[in-house]
Ligand binder design. Structure first.
Ligand code: CA
Ligand code: CA
Length: 423
């Protein structure tokens, strides 16, 4: 309430007063030592922008124009921007993107396993039409973020139906924004994914690829009013229209993810998208701290290759979970002082999943069921229930971090202060 009021005031000042009255949020930089993004020169985003490079945006078109402007730059997002809009700001629906005869009904008829089988991925005219339709949506909803940029929300800023793509950039800050429902109108059917096939989607809320020094702080990520539970099933599999909330892949490095809220989402955070070490080995170093994961199902995060420090996060799992910490190929997770609040139907041995890794360091983590909180040895609990066992030493000691809050204080602190509106 208070922050919304302040933001409204700040926004008014922005358009009526000289630039020295602009809100300070856009000028803030990553504190020294605050996670992997503090490595080397640290992360300052667009903090050094001259007044001419400070933008306030209200529409998708203004956002795209501001993102293409010279750097360093600060972009203030005011209120709500929807990616699925045309150049005049009119809303677009999925059917507006249809091309070359695509309809979902035709696609379902063509690639029904009873017709197409399960041995190969879809190909042919209707898959081509799906791709052409998807390209139309991609052109609207994927927006690229370049180097030396800060994007911050004023008050209750929302980016809905948008994929913010931080691609091959250095020095980017994203703060104080609610990211909502980056739904893909054109999920692809892959009968070869898993034992029963899967519908897969293209868009994360934020994708960080091939980029360095990125700070993602005090944002909220949800599927909004379009949750997975509202989607249909086709071919007896969930029609998954969402991908990651925040995926960090393709040799990205030096990223700090702090004080965000991730809620009601399936594939939450993928760090590394391939087992091929060619580009990712030695990179994908990420810090996650003081984030709130609530009713998220998997990938909190799932890691390949990176040295990933996961501390002081609050995992609230009210119903079920696939897993929280995914130990992938050559990953080196150090998980400390996190709190896992589980429904009593959730088995703590499911909190870690072995995706082909061998080690994870875990210390000072707490398990809470009901009102009872107790220390949990995540690796010991995992190893007692699964084979092969995981080693308990990830082989490195994090040095880039600020004060580590004792786990017992984490739930209240993070619940109160994580997410957009709490900068
Ligand atoms: Ca993704
Ligand atoms: Ca075992």
């Amino acid at each position: 309430m208070k922050s919304a009021l302040l933001a409204a005031l700040a926004a008014t000042l922005l358009v009526t007063a000289p630039a020295d009255a602009e809100p300070s949020l856009g000028r803030q930089v990553l504190p020294p030592n605050d996670g992997w993004a503090a490595e080397g020169a640290g992360t300052t985003g667009g903090a050094a922008a001259p007044p001419s490079n400070v933008h306030v945006v209200d529409t998708r078109g203004e956002l795209v124009t501001a993102l293409a402007a010279p750097s360093p730059k600060i972009i203030y997002v005011r209120w709500r921007i929807d990616g699925n809009t045309d150049d005049a700001g009119n809303p677009l629906s999925c059917t507006d993107y249809f091309a070359d005869g695509y309809t979902l009904e035709a696609y379902l008829a063509a690639y029904d396993p009873a017709v197409w089988g399960r041995a190969t991925r879809p190909s042919g005219p209707l898959e081509d039409a799906r791709r052409a339709s998807a390209a139309n949506q991609n052109e609207r909803i994927r927006v690229k973020v370049g180097s030396n940029t800060t994007i911050v929300g004023l008050g209750r800023a929302v980016l809905s139906g948008l994929n913010l793509h931080v691609d091959k950039a250095d020095n980017v800050i994203v703060r104080n924004i609610s990211f909502v429902d980056a739904a893909d109108c054109f999920p692809v059917w892959d009968p070869t994914d898993g034992s029963a096939g899967n519908w897969n989607s293209a868009y994360d809320n934020i994708s960080v690829t091939g980029s360095t020094h990125v700070w993602v702080d005090h944002n909220t990520f949800t599927d909004g009013d379009n949750p997975d539970s509202a989607q249909p099933r086709y071919f007896d599999r969930p029609f998954q229209v969402h991908d990651g909330a925040l995926d960090i892949t393709n040799a990205a490095n030096f990223v700090t993810v702090s004080w965000n809220r991730f809620a009601d989402h399936d594939k939450t955070m993928l760090i590394g998208s391939t087992n091929n070490p060619a580009n990712d080995r030695g990179k994908l170093n990420v810090t996650l701290h003081h984030n709130h994961f609530r009713a998220t199902l998997q990938r909190m995060p799932r890691v390949r290759f990176g040295q990933v420090h996961v501390y002081d996060n609050f995992y609230e799992i009210p119903e079920s979970v696939s897993y929280a910490l995914g130990v992938g190929v050559e990953s080196a997770i150090v998980a400390e002082s996190n709190v896992f609040a589980l429904a009593d139907t959730v088995d703590p041995s499911e909190l870690v999943f072995d995706w082909g890794g061998t080690v994870i360091t875990a210390r000072d983590n707490l398990l809470r069921t009901g009102r009872h909180a107790a220390p949990v040895d995540l690796v010991g609990v995992y190893n007692a229930a699964h084979d092969p066992d995981l080693g308990a030493d990830a082989g490195w000691t994090p040095t880039l971090h600020t004060r580590i809050t004792p786990a017992r204080q984490v739930p209240a602190l993070v619940t109160r202060n994580a997410g957009a509106g709490n900068c």
